[in-house]
Design a protein around this ligand. Structure first.
Ligand code: ATP
Ligand code: MG
Length: 268
C-alpha cells in the first residue's frame, strides 16, 4: 500500500463537527450558535474568559447534556443526544476541570480502571482479576506500563494517587483517559494549578499525543501552553464564537484582545 501523497493539514478529515450548538440554562445562553471543526490529528484549543461557556461546550460534546439546539458529529456519525458512555465507546474521551482520580487506588490501578472500555469484564475484572480474566492480564500490565512511561509516571506506579503532586495527578488522568484508546481526547483546563515545570511536562505530553494518533481538543487559560501546543484556536466570549485561527492569527486579532482586556482575565 502506498503512502498518502498529501498529508496537508488543510485537507485533513474533520473528526469532530460542532454545528450551530446552542445551550440555554433557563434565560442564560451559555453557548450561542457555536460551530467549528476539529481536524483529525490536530491539537485544537478553545479559549475564552471565565464563564464564556467552554465547559458547557465540552459537556454538550461529551454527552453530559444534549444541546438546546444544534448538532455534534464525531467521526462522521451524529452523536447529539447520545449518552456519555456511548460517546466514550465511540472514541471521544474527556477529562474534567477538577481532578477526578480514585485517590485510594494506586497510580497503576487508576490507569487500569481506564481500560474498562476496551477489555472484557469492566472495572471489577480490571481490579479483581477473576480466573477467566487472566488471559488479558499480561497484556494489561504491559499496556499500563507503557502508558505510565508515556506520561512519565513509571516510578510512581505503586504509589497511592492521592500522594502525587497535583501536576502528576493531571498526567495520571491523561494516562487513564488514553487507556480507553480515544480517537479524540477532550482536556478541560489541564494546566490549572500547575507550576511552570509541571505545565512544561504537560505540554510535552500533549504534543506527543498526535504521534499516537490521538486528536486533542483543549480548553485552557494558560496562554503560553495554548500558543505552544495548539495548531488551531477557537475563541468564545459570552457564549459566542468570536474568532478562530492559528495561534499567530489569534494573538493579533482585535476582537480577541478586546474580549480579554474587557473581561477579568489577566493572563492572556
Ligand atoms: N449546569 C448548569 N446550570 C446552569 N448554569 C450553568 C450550568 N453550567 C454552566 N452554567 C453557566 O453557564 C455559563 C458558562 O459556564 P461554563 O462553565 O461553561 O464557563 P467556562 O467558560 O467553562 O468558564 P471557566 O473558564 O470559569 O471554567 C456560566 O454563566 C455558568 O454559570
Ligand atoms: Mg470551565
Amino acid at each position: 500500500m502506498s503512502a498518502s501523497p498529501t498529508m496537508n493539514a488543510s485537507v485533513a478529515k474533520s473528526l469532530l463537527s460542532v454545528k450551530n450548538v446552542t445551550m440555554k440554562f433557563g434565560g442564560l445562553v451559555a453557548n450561542d450558535d457555536i460551530s467549528f471543526e476539529v481536524a483529525e490529528g490536530s491539537i485544537h484549543a478553545v479559549i475564552g474568559p471565565n464563564g464564556a461557556g467552554k465547559t458547557t461546550l465540552f459537556n454538550v460534546i461529551s454527552g453530559f447534556f444534549p444541546p438546546t439546539s444544534g448538532a455534534v458529529e464525531f467521526d462522521s456519525q451524529p452523536i447529539t443526544g447520545l449518552p456519555q458512555h456511548a460517546i466514550a465507546q465511540a472514541g471521544l474521551v474527556r477529562t474534567y476541570q477538577l481532578v477526578q482520580l480514585f485517590k485510594d487506588l494506586t497510580v497503576a490501578e487508576n490507569v487500569r480502571v481506564g481500560f474498562h472500555r476496551v477489555t472484557k469484564g469492566g472495572i471489577a475484572a480490571a481490579l479483581f482479576r477473576p480466573g477467566w480474566a487472566k488471559a488479558q492480564e499480561a497484556d494489561l500490565t504491559r499496556r499500563t506500563a507503557e502508558l505510565l512511561n508515556f506520561v512519565g509516571l513509571t516510578a510512581q506506579a505503586e504509589m497511592k494517587a492521592e500522594v502525587l503532586p497535583y501536576g502528576q495527578q493531571r498526567l495520571l488522568e491523561v494516562a487513564r483517559a488514553l487507556a480507553a484508546e480515544p480517537k479524540l481526547l477532550l482536556l478541560d483546563e489541564p494546566a490549572a494549578g500547575l507550576n511552570v515545570q509541571e505545565t512544561d511536562q504537560l505540554a510535552a505530553t500533549i504534543e506527543k499525543l498526535s504521534a499516537r494518533g490521538v486528536t486533542v481538543l483543549l480548553v485552557e487559560h494558560d496562554m503560553s501552553l495554548v500558543m505552544r501546543v495548539a495548531r488551531r484556536i477557537s475563541v468564545i466570549d459570552f457564549g459566542r464564537k468570536i474568532a478562530e485561527g492559528t495561534p499567530a492569527e489569534i494573538k493579533t486579532n482585535p476582537d480577541v484582545l478586546a474580549a480579554y482586556l474587557g473581561g477579568t482575565e489577566t493572563d492572556a
